[in-house]
Design a protein around this ligand. Structure first.
Ligand code: CA
Ligand code: CA
Length: 110
């Protein structure tokens, strides 16, 4: 499973351009640009599992940091500030990681 199976090329490029500048990342805009709200539960789970590179069922800060690079290796790392904002918004039970349930809530809330 790759990003190309879930999103159109043009969609990905546009999203990466929007967040190219340091500290410009906004998770709500990120979800919106990828049309995540219109994806099926199955597709959201697939997307989550692509981001969860160590496949332990959770997104940790290290995985969030390199999220844009999963779309394209030339993309930048998210800054600590951007990573913390995403984690803070998604990690409802404050265990320091985002589970699939938390991720789906975050998408639906955005
Ligand atoms: Ca993980
Ligand atoms: Ca959590």
């Amino acid at each position: 499973m790759a990003m190309a199976d879930l999103f159109a090329d043009e969609e990905i490029k546009k999203m990466l351009r929007a967040f190219a500048a340091t500290n410009s990342f906004d998770y709500k805009k990120f979800f919106e640009m990828l049309g995540l709200k219109n994806k099926s539960l199955q597709e959201l789970k697939m997307f989550f599992s692509v981001l969860d590179t160590d496949k332990n069922g959770y997104l940790e800060t290290g995985e969030i940091k390199v999220m844009l690079q999963i779309f394209s290796p030339n993309s930048r790392h998210l800054t600590d500030k951007e990573t913390q904002e995403f984690m803070g918004a998604g990690d409802k039970d404050e265990d320091g990681k985002i589970g699939i349930d938390e991720f789906i809530i975050l998408v639906n809330q955005s």
